[in-house]
Design a protein around this ligand. Structure first.
Ligand SMILES: NC(=O)c1ccc[n+]([C@@H]2O[C@H](COP(=O)([O-])OP(=O)(O)OC[C@H]3O[C@@H](n4cnc5c(N)ncnc54)[C@H](O)[C@@H]3O)[C@@H](O)[C@H]2O)c1
Length: 421
């Protein structure tokens, strides 16, 4: 099929490369001309395992094109996927201006009968608004994306489910054809109306976020009663109804925080309180403050202290630092007068307000050199393999802060660390 993907971010680039790999002809557009140039040279604009190879293969197939002209991408497309960003403001209101801009482009320039598919995460009712904006014989579908950064390619090619919302069966069938090879290999398809598809996405992210806040509060409780937080999480997870849960310093990234805020705002707008979700949100940000307080307690005062931060990304195997807990902590440490060194296997630059105030180290041990405290903020596998004895020998102090429950308290204390979690 002939497909257009508008927005070349995590979702757009991975989807475009995957669809081209499946045999479709794909034009992917973005306003960011530098990014498009990079992509045309086969360079992924962010770190995502396997993406470079997939991009190279898709470009070599002659079925994948990148352009900074939305209308050019759309002109021959039977299906147009809107994959642009949908940020929320402080008040939680979703900014749909990018979705509206793409819908506007589509309304002026599309093949007769082309389907406009909203893949961006949006509040319930957005597809209906877009239908009115496009007007005429607009054919709209909602096909939310469930990929997770770090496993984005696997999630795209073997998804847990493909959700397709549309009013007409014919529209659903067209979107299904895009996914045909994936469906043929067993991916479940769930079809519904657009509003239901929109809520499936925001409610799924909100549920996953709630699990995280729940296990984090249980971990805090464990710490006060002398139970092992990781042991409790593992023991709970053996119940298949519970599954894998892992305590830590809270969720971050470009999706969970904004999607939780957006659903809360929507609930309050229509007077349908989401009190559990409100607690999820508050617990998540309290977790960050708690960690800072524990560091302060362990060090006495952080002013003038040298702190080594290991891991900056919001989770391992990505270089995404959007709303990353590490950045909240670094900001608090700098405000309190600490000196910060940081190391992350993939994040090599940060927004200006951080970058100009911290030192980037080339590896974990150099980062820990002369540190009063080492703080683990992202559980990259290479940190699991660190020899804590060698790490300690690098440091001036002995405070080891394990924001992700990666190390054993017993082992760390046996080595002479003051272990904080
Ligand atoms: N990142 C994820 O893991 C993920 C997973 C599932 C769903 N989502 C949702 O998918 C959407 C996209 O997320 P993302 O992380 O890929 O965002 P992103 O910010 O990485 O990328 C969005 C891209 O859209 C481009 N853009 C904005 N306005 C445009 C316009 N008018 N025309 C063309 N391009 C335009 C931007 O330049 C940017 O490159 C969001 O709604 C997000 O919530 C993201």
């Amino acid at each position: 099929m002939q497909i257009a993907i508008i927005g070349a971010g995590w979702v757009g680039v991975v989807t475009a490369a995957a669809f081209a790999d499946l045999g479709h002809t794909v034009w992917c557009a973005d306003l960011n001309a530098t990014r498009i140039q990079q992509l045309n040279h086969g360079e992924a604009p962010f770190f995502e395992p396997g993406l470079s190879d997939l991009l190279t293969r898709a470009l070599a197939s002659g079925r994948l094109y990148f352009t900074d002209d939305n209308q050019k991408a759309m002109e021959a497309a039977e299906v147009v996927f809107c994959c642009v960003n949908t940020p929320t403001g402080e008040d939680g209101v979703t900014d749909l201006s990018a979705v509206r801009a793409v819908a506007q482009d589509f309304s002026q320039h599309h093949l007769a009968g082309a389907v406009f598919v909203i893949k961006s995460t949006v509040p319930a009712g957005t597809a209906e608004k877009v239908r009115q904006l496009i007007g005429g014989d607009a054919v709209i579908a909602s096909n939310p994306e469930f990929l997770a950064e770090s496993t984005a390619i696997r999630d795209t090619l073997t998804p847990s489910r493909i959700v397709i919302g549309a009013d007409e069966t014919a529209t659903i069938e067209i979107v299904k054809r895009v996914y045909e090879p994936i469906i043929a290999s067993g991916a479940p398809v769930f079809t519904c109306d657009c509003a239901t598809a929109e809520v499936i996405k925001t409610a799924s992210n909100s549920f996953l976020a709630t699990r995280i806040s729940f296990i984090n509060e249980i971990a805090n409780y464990c710490n006060t009663v002398g139970a092992d937080p990781m042991g409790v999480a593992q023991g709970m997870g053996l119940d298949p109804r519970i599954g894998n849960v892992r305590p830590g310093v809270g969720y971050g990234g470009g999706c969970f925080p904004k999607d939780v805020k957006a659903l809360l705002q929507e609930g309050s707008r229509v007077d349908s309180p989401l009190t559990v979700l409100q607690a999820t949100h508050e617990a998540n940000y309290r977790q960050r403050t708690l960690l800072f307080d524990r560091i302060r307690q362990a060090l006495g005062d952080v002013a003038g202290k040298r702190i080594a931060v290991l891991g900056l990304a919001f989770k391992p195997k990505t270089d995404d630092v959007r709303d990353a807990p590490a950045l909240t902590l670094i900001e608090a440490l700098l405000d309190a007068g600490a000196t910060v060194a940081a190391y992350d296997p993939q994040v090599k630059s940060l927004p200006q307000q951080f970058a100009s105030n911290i030192t980037f180290a080339p590896d974990a041990l150099t980062c820990a050199s002369t540190a009063d405290a080492v703080v683990l903020m992202c559980e990259w596998p290479e940190f699991q393999d660190l020899d804590l004895n060698v790490l300690k020998a690098q440091m001036s102090g002995s405070v080891l802060v394990d924001g992700r429950y990666m190390w054993s308290r017993k082992n760390a204390e046996a080595l002479g660390f003051i272990y904080v979690a």
